[in-house]
Design a protein around this ligand. Structure first.
Ligand code: MOS
Length: 724
C-alpha cells in the first residue's frame, strides 16, 4: 500500500513531536559507522569478482584531433585485451539529474585531460603500463581558455532587473561598487571515482561511486544504448561526492562498454589527477557587486552580476547569484550570470553551487558597506532582512536569519569586537573578528521508499545513497520513531536501483526528500496496524515494540503474527515553490590572526549558527556544518585550481598542489542550531542542512582579516602576498 504526498501547502500537524520512541532529533550513532571504520563496507572498487579485468583511462595531453601511433603494438602487449576508442566514451562527467548521456564523442579532445581511450588488461599494472606506452598524436588546435578572452553568452533566463539600480546608485548616501574574483575549485572526494561493470548478455550491473542512482541508471543506459530496465546500479557506500558524482562519470561508461565488448567484468578506477580533470570543477567567477544604501545603511539597490565559464554544449552555469535573489530587501535590483565558452575542463556542481562562492563575495561586499556606513556588521544584516521575498513578494516558508545572527553573535562574544582594524596585537600578529550571513535555497525532490515490518523488526529500502552524510542513520531514526522500535531493530538498505527510487544525494535535499518517503511508508504501516487493532492511527502509541491504545497494551509482534506489513512512501514536490520562498539561513563568525611580517593568516576559532527546520540528527547535521566551515577556510585562504594560460590545463591537479586545510589549519569549530519547524517542508518540517555551512563561511574569515590588519581581500584566496 502506498502513501502519497504532494507538498503544495503547509502541514501544521507537527506529528513528529508527538511520537514517543524518542530517537528522531537525537544524536544517534551511524549504523554504517563500524563497517566503515573496520574496512568491511565495500566501495565501488572493492568487491572481489572472479575474472576481473582492469581498465586505465588515457588522457588527452593537448586540445585537438586525436590519433594513436602504435595501436597494434599496444594491443599485443602482455595481458592487454582491448584498447577502447568507442564514440560513446564520454567527454566528461554528466551534469546532475540529466537522465541522459553526457556529451559524447572522442573524435577530438576539447580540453586537456579529457579521456580519449581505455586500455583494458588482465592486471591493473599491465593496463597502466600499456596506457602509458600508447602514442597519442594530437593536431594542436588553438582554443580559448581564458574567460576574459571571449564574448560571453548572456542567457535571458539568467538575468533579471527590477527598478533602476543606476539611479539608486547615483542617489545613494553610501555606495559600494567592486569586483570580486574566485578561482576554479575542485571536489576531490576521498573515494576516487571508480566503477566495476558486469555484463551477462542482457543486464548490465555497475558498482559505481555515484550520488543519484535513479538518474545515473538512465544516464548510463542512454550512454551505452541499453534500456534502463536492463541496467542495475549499486552504490551502497560512497566516500564523498560534493557534486562530482551527481552524474554518470567516465569510469562508469568506459567500464560498461568494455565489459559488454569483452564479456568479462571490468573495473576502472580514476587516479587522483583524473579525478581533478574529468569530473567537473567549480567555475572560476568574476563578480560585479553594487550596493546602494541610505544614510541608515538600508539597501535601496543591489546588483550582482557574474561571469562564469564552461565548455561549449554544457548546460550548467554556476548559479552565482542564486542567494542574492532573496537574501536582502532592496527595491532596485539587477542580477545576472554570463557564461564564457572556453576549453578548460568542464564546470559543474560543487557543494552548494551558486551560494558557496556567490554568498561569500556578497558578504564581503556587505562588510565593506558596514565599514562605509559605520554600522556594526551584524546590525547591518538585521536592518536589511526582507519581510517577504524581495522579488516575487511571496512569503517565506520560515525565516530565522535574525535569530541565527543574534544567537550566534551572543555565543561568539561579538560585542567584545574592536570596530576598526589594527586595534589588537600579539607579537607579530594582528587579531580581528569577522562575520557573514549564510543563505541557501531549499528543495524537495521526488522520492520513494519501502518499509517491511516483521516480527523481527523493520527493513527500509530505497536506492538513495549515503555519501558520508548520514542517510543510514537518519532513515533508521525515522522508521524507528514511527514504528516504535529500538534502532537495532531497524535495518536500512540503500544504494541499489532494485529498490524504490529515492531522491539521490545532492542539493541538500536527501534527508528531507527520501526521509519523507520513509516517513510516509512508516505512516502507512501505522495505519495498517491501527486497522488490525480497530483504533485510529492517531490514538496508537508505539514504543519499544509495544502498541498502546485506549488503555490496552499489545506487543506489535503479536499483532503481526506471521503476516508482515509493507508500506510504500512516495513524496513529490507540489506547487509549494509557487506559493512560498523556502530557504535556510545562518550566521558565521570567525577570529583570525594575521602576521604583520609574512601575511600568513591563522584562523583561531569559528562559530556557525544555523536554521534549517527540524534537525533530524544533531550529530550528522553538525558534521555537515563542520565540513562546510572547513571548506570555507580553504576557500578563503588556500584553495585555487590554477589553469595554464596557454592550454587551460590544470596545473596543480592533485592534493599536493591543491591546498586544502589540514588538521593543523582547523581551529575549534562551534556549531549551534536554531530549532525551527518549517510547515512547508512536509510532515517532518525538516529542511536541508548539507550545503548551508559552506555558504558565506569564507567571507567571515576574509572580513576578520580586514578587521585584524586592514587588508581588504577581493580576489580569493587570501594568500600572504595579497594580505600583506
Ligand atoms: Mo551537490 S553540489 O548538489 O552534491
Amino acid at each position: 500500500m502506498t502513501l502519497d504526498l504532494k507538498i503544495d501547502g503547509p502541514d501544521h500537524d507537527n506529528r513528529a513531536d508527538d511520537l514517543v520512541q524518542g530517537v528522531l532529533g537525537r544524536e544517534n550513532d551511524r549504523p554504517d559507522g563500524w563497517l566503515k571504520v573496520k574496512g568491511t563496507a565495500t566501495y565501488a572498487a572493492e568487491e572481489a569478482i572472479d575474472g576481473l579485468l582492469h581498465g586505465f583511462l588515457v588522457r588527452a595531453p593537448k586540445i585537438g584531433g586525436v590519433s594513436f601511433g602504435n595501436l597494434d603494438d599496444i594491443r599485443a602487449m602482455p595481458g592487454v585485451r582491448t584498447v577502447l576508442r568507442d564514440k560513446r566514451m564520454i567527454r566528461n562527467a554528466a551534469q546532475g539529474m540529466a537522465n541522459e548521456a553526457p556529451v559524447q564523442g572522442v573524435d577530438g579532445a576539447e580540453y586537456v585531460g579529457q579521456p580519449i581511450a581505455l586500455v583494458v588488461a588482465e592486471s591493473f599494472e599491465q593496463a597502466r603500463h600499456a596506457a602509458q606506452s600508447l602514442q597519442v598524436d594530437i593536431e594542436d588546435e588553438k582554443a580559448p581558455v581564458d574567460p576574459g578572452s571571449v564574448e560571453p553568452e548572456e542567457p535571458d533566463d539568467k538575468k533579471s532587473s527590477i527598478g533602476d539600480l543606476e539611479q539608486a546608485m547615483s542617489q545613494a548616501a553610501f555606495a559600494i561598487d567592486q569586483i570580486y574574483t574566485t578561482p576554479s575549485m575542485i571536489s576531490a572526494a576521498m573515494e576516487p571515482h571508480a566503477a566495476t561493470a558486469e555484463w551477462d548478455g542482457r543486464t548490465l550491473t555497475l558498482r559505481g561511486s555515484l550520488q543519484m542512482l535513479k538518474f545515473n541508471r538512465n544516464e548510463l543506459a542512454d550512454s551505452v544504448g541499453l534500456d534502463p530496465e536492463n541496467v542495475r546500479v549499486l552504490a551502497p557506500y560512497v566516500g564523498g561526492g560534493f557534486g562530482s558524482k551527481l552524474g554518470i562519470s567516465a569510469d562508469c561508461v568506459a567500464a560498461a562498454l568494455a565489459a559488454m565488448e569483452l564479456e568479462r567484468p571490468v573495473r576502472v578506477v580514476q587516479h587522483r589527477r583524473q579525478v581533478f580533470e574529468v569530473n567537473t570543477r567549480r567555475s572560476e567567477t568574476r563578480q560585479h557587486i553594487r550596493l546602494a544604501a541610505d544614510a541608515a545603511g538600508r539597501l535601496t539597490g543591489l546588483g550582482h552580476e557574474a561571469l562564469v565559464s564552461n565548455l561549449p554544449a554544457e548546460a550548467f552555469a554556476e548559479p552565482v547569484v542564486q542567494g542574492s535573489h532573496f537574501a536582502y530587501a532592496a527595491t532596485n535590483r539587477t542580477l545576472g550570470v554570463k557564461i564564457a565558452r572556453i576549453n578548460r575542463p568542464a564546470a559543474g556542481s560543487v557543494r552548494a553551487p551558486g551560494e558557496a562562492v556567490g554568498v561569500t563575495a556578497f558578504e564581503v561586499a556587505m562588510d565593506e558597506l558596514a565599514d562605509a556606513t559605520g554600522t556594526d556588521p551584524v546590525e547591518l544584516r538585521l536592518r536589511n532582512i526582507p519581510d517577504k521575498d524581495p522579488e516575487s513578494g511571496k512569503p517565506f516558508s520560515s525565516h530565522r536569519l535574525e535569530q541565527t545572527l543574534r544567537e550566534g553573535a551572543a555565543a561568539f562574544g561579538w560585542s567584545r569586537r574592536h570596530d576598526a582594524p589594527r586595534q589588537q596585537r600579539e607579537g607579530e600578529w594582528w587579531i580581528g573578528t569577522g562575520m557573514a550571513a549564510a543563505f541557501r535555497v531549499n528543495m524537495v525532490i521526488e522520492a520513494e521508499a519501502d518499509i517491511r515490518l516483521t516480527k523481527d523488526g523493520a527493513t527500509v529500502e530505497s536506492d538513495m545513497t549515503d555519501i558520508g552524510t548520514g542517510s543510514y542513520a537518519i532513515f533508521s531514526q525515522i522508521a524507528s520513531e514511527l514504528l516504535g522500535l529500538p534502532m537495532d531493530k531497524v535495518q536500512v538498505r540503500l544504494g541499489d536501483t532494485a529498490f524504490p527510487p529515492g531522491s539521490g544525494s545532492g542539493g541538500s535535499f536527501g534527508a528531507a526528500s527520501t526521509g519523507t518517503a520513509v516517513w510516509l511508508a512508516g505512516m502507512e504501516i501505522r495505519q495498517q496496524l491501527a486497522d488490525r487493532l480497530g483504533c485510529a492511527e492517531r490514538d496508537l502509541s508505539l514504543q519499544d515494540g509495544i502498541a498502546t491504545f485506549s488503555n490496552q497494551r499489545v506487543a506489535v509482534a503479536e499483532i503481526l503474527s506471521n503476516e508482515p506489513l509493507c508500506g510504500h512512501g512516495h513524496v513529490q514536490p507540489g506547487d509549494a515553490a509557487e506559493k512560498v520562498r523556502q530557504a535556510t539561513f545562518g550566521a558565521h563568525f570567525a577570529e583570525v590572526a594575521v602576521s604583520d611580517v609574512t601575511g600568513e593568516v591563522r584562523v583561531r576559532r569559528m562559530l556557525g549558527c544555523f536554521a534549517a527546520g527540524r534537525i533530524l540528527n544533531p550529530r550528522t547535521a553538525r558534521s555537515q556544518c563542520h565540513g562546510g566551515m572547513i571548506w570555507g577556510i580553504g576557500m578563503a585562504l588556500t584553495e585555487e585550481l590554477t589553469h595554464d594560460r596557454r592550454d587551460g590545463h590544470m596545473v596543480n591537479r592533485d592534493l599536493a598542489g591543491y591546498h586544502l586545510p589540514v588538521n593543523a589549519d582547523v581551529p575549534p569549530l562551534e556549531v549551534h542550531f536554531v530549532e525551527e519547524r518549517d510547515d512547508w517542508a512536509g510532515p517532518m518540517q525538516a529542511k536541508g542542512i548539507g550545503e548551508l555551512g559552506i555558504c558565506g563561511a569564507g567571507a567571515s574569515i576574509l572580513n576578520a582579516i580586514h578587521n585584524a590588519s586592514g587588508a581588504r581581500i577581493r580576489d580569493l584566496p587570501a594568500t600572504p602576498d595579497r594580505v600583506l
